[in-house]
Ligand binder design. Structure first.
Ligand code: ADP
Ligand code: MG
Length: 448
């Protein structure tokens, strides 16, 4: 490890003396700092006492100082190592804390097993890949990237990998968490000067699963951290599994180096389930709840609810509730009543993301282009068409449509809607384009 440039170190000490007089100690002059690496400044304390003092009182001041001097978004870590490079006594009280925290990371839903997952044409590839990964982590597809819109069973599949691996290798270090948790814990660790501990939790995993990785979008600092975590795990052939609501290249605001890494292994898409699969899922869920449903009842529900599996479960819950209320077995009449409540409250079957996806593909753009800032005609017109289609085919408000397309104002959506509506009356090509997209979207929602 090379030393930090003495000029920077001197400036840091001067900054601290000038701006944080209260925390200064004479022994600061004897501290040793490593060269800046991976966005962090590592400072070595001489003993456990110094380490405790630095961690407790100095994180903020040192972080602020090094960021001001270098103009970079750096974090500061304090460590204390003995001659062999292992942690000194001061760290041991934190070690059990780290262990508890790691333990906490495996928060799994007991029902999300492979046994309870219905496999159909919509998720066959993703399922096979998840099973392969659970049987031989690090050896089949690394990383495995599963994507699809909401409610299609991604979380279920990811957690099933954890269950399966823990079943046949109980000692495996399995870390499952949502990307939101990763981001929040990272921010906390930076603020508390505990990056070392944070990194240890993730970089010692045999299997690291991060759900909804699209949450990294636009978070540069966390992306940088995750980039190094990814590299470390991948280098040691540890398994990484990620999920998102769209493919790696469609995640707006994700650095290219991450997008390319996410494409290294296998990218498996999960599609909305077809009628047979929905029926099978419903039967499985009913069985798990101990509900005895006639085949025509499940088939009827499955044929009426096509948006996603969460909605199917919603109907099942209502049906369960109604049956309990009426003190009778769930029958077709109650199923229709449960469906009535659901369909009235259900969002439109075609989702904004479906529209964005189909428009982007037709014009050879990425969804991120439609959500981006560029206003060139080749992007602005497809974006306006997508907004128009969202207003026509979904029940989302102007604000919601605007939010999806890069946080635009509702008046922009209104303008796009009017503009494309008028164009469509006058321009035959435009009309045909829109009609074709509408037909495709409608076919997709009917076939679901
Ligand atoms: P996502 O993470 O894709 O948004 P979830 O994994 O949270 O979706 O799934 C939503 C619900 O639907 C869960 O209760 C899950 O068990 C159920 N589900 C989705 N797909 C399937 C499937 N193929 N088989 C069984 N249950 C499913
Ligand atoms: Mg999920």
């Amino acid at each position: 490890m090379t030393r930090l440039d003495t000029g920077i170190w001197e400036q840091l000490l001067t900054y601290l003396r000038a701006n944080h007089r209260g925390i200064n100690r004479v022994w600061f002059d004897q501290l040793r700092a490593d060269d800046l690496e991976h966005g962090a400044l590592t400072i070595h304390a001489a003993d456990a006492g110094q380490l405790r003092y630095l961690q407790r009182y100095c994180s903020r001041a040192f972080t602020e100082g090094i960021q001001t001097i270098t103009g970079r978004l750096l974090s500061v870590e304090f460590v204390c190592t003995d001659g062999n490079g292992s942690f000194a006594a001061a760290e041991t009280e934190d070690a059990s804390e780290a262990f508890k925290r790691r333990d906490r990371l495996v928060r799994l839903n007991g029902d999300y097993s492979f046994d309870n997952l219905v496999v159909g044409p919509c998720n066959r590839l993703a399922h096979a890949a998840c099973v392969a990964v659970s049987e031989a982590p690090g050896h089949s597809y690394n990383p495995l990237f599963v994507h699809g819109t909401v409610g299609l069973g991604k979380t279920h599949m990811l957690q099933a990998i954890c269950h399966a691996l823990l079943d046949h290798t109980p000692g495996a270090e399995v870390v499952y968490l949502t990307c939101e948790t990763f981001v929040n814990e990272f921010i906390e660790a930076v603020e508390a000067g505990k990056l070392q501990e944070f990194r240890y939790q993730y970089r010692q995993a045999d299997l690291l699963i991060i759900d909804d990785i699209q949450f990294l979008a636009g978070r540069e600092r966390t992306q940088e951290e995750f980039f190094h975590t990814f590299n470390t795990l991948h280098q040691y052939k540890k398994q990484i599994v990620l999920s998102a609501d769209c493919s790696p290249s469609d995640i707006a605001g994700l650095e290219e180096r991450l997008t390319s890494r996410f494409n290294w292994g296998l990218v498996a898409r999960v599609d909305p389930p077809c009628l047979e699969t929905r029926n099978a899922i419903l039967r499985k869920k009913a069985k798990l709840r101990g509900l005895d449903l006639a085949p025509e009842v499940t088939m009827h529900i499955a044929s009426q609810v096509s948006a996603n599996t969460r909605e199917l479960e919603g109907v099942l819950n209502r049906l369960h509730g109604l049956a309990a209320l009426e003190k009778c077995e769930p029958n077709m009449e109650l199923a229709k009543a449960a469906l009535g409540q659901t369909l009235n409250a259900a969002p439109a079957q075609i989702q904004i993301a479906d529209i964005a996806g189909i428009v982007a593909r037709r014009f050879s753009l990425k969804i991120s282009d439609l959500q981006g800032k560029k206003r060139s005609r080749s992007i602005a017109l497809p974006r306006q068409m997508a907004m128009y289609l969202c207003r026509r085919l979904t029940r989302h408000s102007l604000e919601e449509v605007g939010a999806y397309f890069g946080g635009r104002d509702h008046t922009t959506v209104l303008h796009a809607n009017r503009l494309i509506h008028e164009r469509r009356q006058q321009d035959d090509d435009m009309h045909k384009q829109l009609l074709d997209i509408e037909n495709r979207l409608n076919r997709k929602s009917v076939s679901e």
